[in-house]
Write a protein that binds this ligand. Structure first.
Ligand code: NDP
Length: 284
């Protein structure tokens, strides 16, 4: 391999240590950071992810309040629980696991969580704050793409960044979060003609599509920095990204693996959002 790894696991460890320190400082002031997680249904993978978040939270000193509701929960009951947690001064962050069962409107739920407790950064007000760089909470995955580069010493300013994918979860918020670091940005999507010709221009290429290994080494500029947000299930188990890691690692200067890249940081960045949310809540 000639390119260096954008090592998500190592950076996640660094962020977790920062979070642990900040949590200890808050506890010393009598504030016990607490995150409430709501899961509707009993999908085993979702229950497992919630439990691993609980473990990660406990490891950094964050209290975890898990609400596992039955699949047939009424929308009004879920909204009532969210309102109760909104009012609870001891619950500083609220995460509602998506997708929700069909009887519940995702839009209504996203709007129900108090913006300062919306650690997923999906409330319309937080989505608006991204545009104005306002005092909001922003989604973890696009933040993770940026943190991976900044904490690996990448100078983003002045570079040409090509983002492939304009999804609501990753691509779209990433555009405005990345713009704060002064690159020139090209956004590609499913209607882009001759995708390779745009990707080839990127000093930085960020893939957020959901198509296994679609960015190949012929498409990238030698020496480029490549961040892969894609998560695709592989037949027979495991995951791969949107980037052909094995092919690209020979020609790029920096590249994030899947797993071990973007996804490794997301839980730690949700905890960072919790801490930012606490400071927003205290300033009100
Ligand atoms: P969406 O499905 O919302 O968006 C996918 C985007 O890819 C769309 O903008 C679509 O274009 C574009 N696209 C589809 N096909 C092509 C193509 N052939 N060429 C160019 N662009 C194409 O995705 P999300 O934003 O929700 O997620 C993106 C990826 O990130 C997924 O793999 C997802 O699993 C992963 N993800 C990773 C997380 C992590 O923690 N690492 C967390 C969340 C998501 P158009 O808009 O024209 O349809």
């Amino acid at each position: 391999m000639s390119g260096q790894l954008l090592d998500g696991k190592a950076i996640a460890k660094e962020i977790r240590a920062e979070v642990k320190e900040e949590v200890a400082a808050l506890r010393a002031q009598g504030i016990a950071p607490k995150m409430a997680v709501i899961l509707v249904g009993d999908d085993p993978a979702s229950v497992y992810y919630a439990q691993s978040k609980e473990k990660a939270a406990n490891n950094v000193g964050i209290d975890f309040d898990f609400h596992n509701l039955p699949t047939d929960t009424k929308e009004s009951d879920l909204l009532a629980l969210i309102e109760k947690l909104n009012q609870d001064k001891g619950a500083h962050g609220i995460m509602v696991e998506l997708p929700l069962p069909g009887q519940i409107s995702t839009d209504k739920v996203m709007e129900a969580v108090l913006p300062a407790k919306d650690v997923d950064g999906i409330h319309p007000m937080n989505r608006g704050y991204i545009l104005s760089n306002g005092p909001g909470l922003f989604p973890a995955t696009p933040q993770s793409c940026i943190e991976l580069m900044l904490r690996s010493g990448v100078e983003i300013e002045g570079k040409h960044a090509v983002i492939v994918g304009r999804g609501e979860t990753v691509g779209k918020p990433l555009v405005f979060l990345l713009l704060q670091h002064n690159p020139t940005i090209t956004i590609c999507h499913s209607r882009t003609k001759d995708l390779a010709s745009f990707v080839k221009q990127g000093d930085i290429v960020i893939a957020a599509v959901g198509r296994p290994n679609m960015i190949t080494k012929e498409m990238v500029k030698p020496g480029a920095i490549v961040v892969d947000a894609g998560i695709n299930e592989v037949e027979g188990g495991g995951y791969c990204g949107d980037v052909d890691f094995e092919g690209l690692k020979e020609v790029v200067s920096l590249i994030s693996p899947v797993p071990g890249g973007v996804g490794s940081l997301t839980t730690s960045l949700i905890f960072k959002n919790l801490l930012k949310g606490i400071s927003i809540q205290q300033s009100k």
